[in-house]
Design a protein around this ligand. Structure first.
Ligand SMILES: [Ca+2]
Ligand SMILES: [Ca+2]
Length: 250
């Protein structure tokens, strides 16, 4: 196999890294050769294997930019779903010895032409959803971005809904998502086990239809860090009520 692709030369190398160096949607391979360790030729030099076999499959590459999370989005997890194909990539800061794969996430889709959904879970707990994305492009996705995909998602909201906070358990910050099927007055309140109000995240404000995201920093209404324990988050939207249990662990 290696011979077939002209990669059968014997050398001792230190590291190797995958990356789409020429931005054409296929992964190229870079080898770091250690000169003093090359026992075959006595000469060592790095090698770049450009993938020029002709890629007929579809792909997407995602360049993640953190805003709340670190800028390189190290630790972010991406799930791409296209029909019956579901794939996950994680942005990693350490992929090899003295080498590093490209930070952009690469996905292959074969002959599929539409990505039904891309869900990015950022290290901060923020979750971004992008729907109906075309293949064969390099996209930059910024944390918390509201693309046209978000508008599509908002248009499909049919019920008021409070989602489970993420992460959960958490320390000290957690993100709370809720949907509104119609514009209304909204309150989002955190209570302790005794039913006492701990924090007011939405204070009887008017919100339009769609998905909303609120970050709770684990502080009470006076700015003090709250102790570890179970808390309850209640959404009130018009006559609608929903409660979620949240666990703060220290
Ligand atoms: Ca390439
Ligand atoms: Ca190529």
């Amino acid at each position: 196999m290696a011979k077939l692709y002209d990669m059968a030369d014997l050398q001792t190398g230190y590291g190797c890294a995958w990356g789409d160096i020429d931005n054409d949607g296929d992964l190229d391979l870079y080898l770091a050769i250690a000169k003093s360790f090359d026992q075959v030729s006595g000469k060592g030099y790095d090698k770049l294997y450009l993938n020029e076999l002709g890629n007929r499959n579809n792909w997407i590459e995602l360049n993640l930019v953190g805003t709340v999370s670190n800028k390189s989005a190290i630790g972010a997890r991406i799930r791409c779903v296209s029909g019956d194909l579901s794939q996950i990539r994680e942005i990693s800061g350490g992929s090899g010895y003295i080498s590093q794969n490209m930070l952009r996430a690469h996905f292959g889709f074969g002959q599929r032409t539409l990505i039904d959904s891309i869900v990015i879970r950022w290290p901060s707990g923020v979750i971004d959803r992008h729907l109906n994305v075309a293949v064969n492009q390099i996209m930059t996705m910024t944390e918390g971005s509201t693309s046209s995909a978000k508008q599509i998602a908002n248009a499909t909201v049919r019920d008021h809904r409070l989602y489970q906070n993420c992460p959960n358990p958490f320390n000290p910050c957690t993100t709370i998502h809720y949907d509104l099927a119609e514009a209304c007055q909204v309150s989002l309140t955190v209570y302790n086990m005794l039913g006492q109000v701990i924090a007011v995240l939405e204070d009887d404000v008017f919100r339009t239809r769609g998905n909303n995201t609120i970050l709770w920093d684990g502080r009470d209404q006076w700015g003090h860090d709250v102790p570890a324990g179970i808390y309850f988050c209640q959404l009130r939207a018009g006559a609608f009520r929903e409660v979620r249990k949240m666990a703060l662990m220290k």
